[in-house]
Design a protein around this ligand. Structure first.
Ligand code: PHE
Length: 351
């Protein structure tokens, strides 16, 4: 075999060589590039050839050496520490490992869902402050000065320098009905809006009560708004939120700012109306308060009650979330335990 043929054969050989592990890569290096390796051996043979042949052969030999080094480098990059198997080969089609992402809080998810249902039927979203004055939380809503809800037992009053916990003082709002007043003061009918937000009441914390929770208020004011529209709207909400099979009923009730007023019950989503612990074996669960906006409230906010009428409703987001997710203890919503929080995701609503 001529030197030229030996170079060609070696080139083919090293191109075909494989190495899966670091050991095999090292064996490749010794076999081709080591002191007694086959490429090195050709350089020794090269010394014997005539000066005339050297010019052409020298270039080929250098090419061979570069090819051997390039191949060695290539094998080194691909080698793994363990034995070579198909599993260890780089697979660029595998999906990337994603960074872990957080999840939305269940109350955030349910509040978003409630707002979304009303947005689709023409309600805007409005918000108000959590620290409220007496007029917006009580006065304009027709609460008489001696109404028990104004009591220190129920309301967290703020200490204002020089102030007393009487009219004029600030308090954490006890309901989102305060936003009704703010909206009506600032806008002319027609008004269709929902107001989600946090509210505060001075309650002992237990599985069923908390000193802070969330409400979504609804308000619709226009000419000739009727109780039938209120009932139709809430029936639509209950079915959109919980499914077409649920039904609602209304019971007469009392709120200072609505007349007439009602509590809204919904057929129990847990037992389907047959009776269970959640509905206290009645088949019904209370989901909100509502009523026709009292004409005195409209007048307090500068809206002529002879021209306009309206309805309002207010629901607890935790209550709706409890019925949707079956969370038995209200305190779980505030404890920030990731094992609890990780169980909720937006997919649950895509049915
Ligand atoms: N504000 C009432 C509550 O917190 C709920 C309500 C809102 C009732 C609007 C009637 C109309 O209990």
């Amino acid at each position: 075999m001529s030197l030229l043929e030996r170079i060609a054969a070696l080139e083919a050989e090293l191109r075909a060589a494989t190495a899966g592990t670091a050991d095999e890569v090292e064996r490749f290096r010794i076999a081709f590039l080591g002191r007694n390796g086959s490429v090195t051996a050709l350089f020794d043979a090269f010394k014997q050839v005539s000066a005339e042949e050297k010019r052409a052969l020298g270039q080929r030999l250098n090419q061979l050496k570069q090819a051997a080094q390039a191949r060695w480098e290539e094998l080194r990059q691909g080698a793994t520490a363990g034995p070579a198997t198909a599993d260890h080969a780089l697979d660029p089609t595998r999906p990337a490992a994603l960074d872990p992402a957080g999840t939305l809080h269940p109350i955030t998810l349910v509040r978003g869902r409630i707002v979304d249902i009303f947005a689709r039927i023409g309600f805007t979203v409005s918000e108000g402050p959590e620290v409220e004055d007496d007029r917006h939380n009580f006065g304009a809503l027709n609460f008489p000065p001696d109404h028990p809800a104004r009591d220190m037992q129920d309301t967290f009053f703020m200490e204002v320098p020089g102030g007393t916990p009487a009219e004029g003082a600030l308090a954490l709002r006890t309901h989102t009905s305060s936003v009704q007043v703010r909206v009506m003061e600032g806008r002319r009918p027609p008004i269709r809006t929902v107001s989600p937000g946090r509210v505060y009441r001075n309650e002992a914390i237990s599985a069923r009560a908390h000193c802070m929770f969330h409400q979504v208020e609804g308000l619709y004011v226009d000419r000739d708004v009727s109780f039938a529209e209120l009932k139709g709207t809430l029936d639509h909400f209950a079915k959109a939120m919980f499914g077409p099979e649920v039904v609602i009923r209304m019971r007469p009730s009392y709120f200072p700012f609505t007349e007439p007023s009602a509590e809204v019950d919904m057929s129990c989503t847990i037992c389907g109306g047959g009776g269970c612990n959640v509905c206290k074996h009645s088949g019904w669960v209370e989901i909100m308060g509502c009523g026709m906006v009292d004409p005195a409230v409209l007048a307090n906010c500068g809206i002529d009650p002879d021209l306009y009428s309206g309805f309002a409703f207010g629901m607890g987001v935790e209550r709706i979330a409890q019925l949707h997710y079956r969370v038995p203890d209200l305190r779980l919503y505030w404890e920030n335990d990731v094992r609890f929080l990780e169980q909720f995701n937006a997919e649950a609503f895509r049915s």
